[in-house]
Design a protein around this ligand. Structure first.
Ligand code: GLU
Length: 513
């Protein structure tokens, strides 16, 4: 038998922005598809018109593109299995609901929302809070199982509102193999008669999902754990529609947990703990509330993806840094865990830092060019990037030390107090004179002149270097002082000595009075 082509789908509902858990699902689908030379499909599941949010579909597509997870087939790049929005496939679903009714696996239900509400109230009063429309209760409801065929026909002909429900068999074990969890067995006595087709002419998620996966020739359904309870119903639908042979394989991914491990990560955790939960920034079209995004917060997409890959999967060794092609190469469903993966915002920053460090100074300088208003050349920014990249997690942090662009206006109080002694001004004048002699103002020359100056004046590194730094940068700490001075250039350094010595002396004098 020939191996079925791998075709996987990411099937979000456009009910709002895509949470990072959604991107993780898309990523695992993408990795699995690419690893197996298969197709990655985006299908928009918009059957629930009441929950449709304008802009959400565009957000989903933009987010996937930003992450580098462009689908092979999607509403904007259709393949041979379109349309890729369920609302545009509307006409396809009813026929399958009809087949199920004909075969006796589904039935019409005419209960009004009030009827259902009454039943729930009655059940609550009888101390049975979780009333369900199921194999027992359906016998006392208004449906084509309790009404005569004539009555049913009449109501349908009359245009009375109806839904179509699955007819759960009594006491049957539904079993399927989950690629991550192993065998899953659920008894139909614990399942309800879910609505599969609604009065508005739209299928519900369950029917649409199964019909589309079948028609789009999906080979593997890889989705979040929250869909595991729906899987037995889907398995039954495959069976009842006669598609058991081509049923996709299932893989339900572990939940992403809050940083403290207590429960599923939600949008509110991000707001509460100060990290984004969305890939891109999102403005709620109704409330105008803005939720932050990884992109806008300065995360590299490859760091974001690398971090997400590890939320539920590991390569089986200690390597942590993986580019997208490396992830494709290393990925397998066998290495996806069953238990929830704790989201760690600090680790996410760590990933960003690793990616920042691995970028060349030129790449970083190009990014900096868009962020700085200072009129400096690319080469200069390369120098700043080179000096600062070990100390930063985000590109923006490379610019935190303003002294690369303007002379210090303030001087670090602690260094000033502890290191600037009465003799320092004179010593720094001597250092200035020594620096003036350097014709090629590069780091190693500055360092050797500085060391000569220490020797000649019998000064220690610990006494002189902090003051050198204080004059040039205003700070008590920073990257290599010699490199920093070389980057700033001789003229600028000498100017800073000139103005700085006097300013610091004035500050000291004011402090003394
Ligand atoms: N529309 C579902 C969602 O929003 C898809 C679940 C599935 O992949 O089957 O996540």
């Amino acid at each position: 038998m020939s191996q079925k082509n791998v075709r996987v789908r990411f099937a979000p509902s456009p009910t709002g922005p895509l949470h990072m858990g959604g991107i993780r699902t898309a990523l695992y689908n993408y990795l699995f598809a690419k690893k197996n030379k298969g197709d990655f499909i985006l299908r928009i599941e918009d059957t629930d018109q009441g929950r449709y949010v304008p802009g959400a579909e565009k957000y989903i597509i933009d987010a996937l593109n930003w992450c580098g997870l462009a689908p092979d087939e999607s509403p904007v790049s259709p393949g041979d299995f379109g349309p890729y929005r369920q609302s545009e496939r509307k006409q396809m679903y009813r026929q399958y609901a009809d087949i199920l009714i004909e075969k006796g696996f589904a039935y019409y239900a005419f209960d009004t929302p009030e009827d259902l509400e009454n039943m729930r109230d009655l059940a609550k009063k009888a101390k049975m809070p979780n009333w369900q429309y199921n194999v027992i209760s359906r016998t006392s409801m208004k449906n084509s199982l309790t009404l005569s065929a004539d009555e049913t026909e009449k109501m349908l002909a009359n245009g009375d509102p109806f839904t179509i429900r699955i007819k759960m068999p009594r006491n049957e074990d539904v079993r399927f193999y989950d690629e991550i969890r192993g065998w899953v067995i659920v008894n139909t006595n614990n399942m309800d008669d879910k609505v599969i087709f609604k009065g508005d002419g739209m299928p519900t998620y369950h029917l649409a999902n199964v019909v589309d996966d079948y028609n789009m020739k999906i080979s593997h359904v890889i989705r979040g754990e929250e869909w595991l309870p729906s899987a037995p119903l889907h398995v039954l639908l495959y069976k009842y529609l006669g598609w058991e042979e081509v049923m996709p394989k299932f893989a339900h991914l572990p939940l992403i947990l809050k940083p403290d491990g207590n429960g599923k990560l939600s949008k509110r955790d991000g707001d509460r703990l100060g990290f984004p939960v969305f890939p891109l920034e999102w403005t709620d079209p109704e409330t105008k509330e803005v939720s932050s995004g990884y992109k806008e917060k300065g995360y590299f997409k490859d760091a974001f993806i690398n971090m997400l890959a590890f939320l539920g999967w590991n390569p089986g060794d200690s390597r942590e840094i993986f580019s997208l092609p490396e992830l494709i190469d290393a990925f397998s469903l066998e290495r996806v865990g069953k238990s929830g993966a704790k989201f760690d915002p600090d680790k996410t920053k760590w990933f960003n830092q690793q990616y920042l460090r691995s970028k060349s100074n030129t790449e970083l300088a190009e990014l900096l060019q868009h962020k700085t208003s200072h009129d400096v050349c690319l080469e200069y920014l390369e120098g700043v990037a080179g000096l600062m990249k070990e100390r930063a997690s985000f590109v923006e942090e490379l610019l935190l030390d303003n002294y690369f662009f303007t002379a210090p206006k303030e001087y670090d109080a602690k260094t000033l107090r502890k290191k600037w002694k009465p003799a320092t001004a004179t010593n720094m004048e001597l250092l200035k004179t020594a620096l003036m002699t350097i014709s090629d103002f590069k780091a190693e020359n500055i360092e050797s002149v500085f060391k000569d100056f220490l020797l000649k004046n019998e000064l220690g590194m610990g006494a002189a270097l902090p003051n050198f730094r204080l004059l040039v940068t205003g700070k008590g700490m920073g990257p290599s002082m010699f490199e920093t001075a070389a980057l700033l250039g001789k003229d600028e350094v000498l100017k800073r000595f000139e103005n700085g010595i006097q300013s610091i002396e004035n500050i000291k004098a004011n402090l003394a009075t």
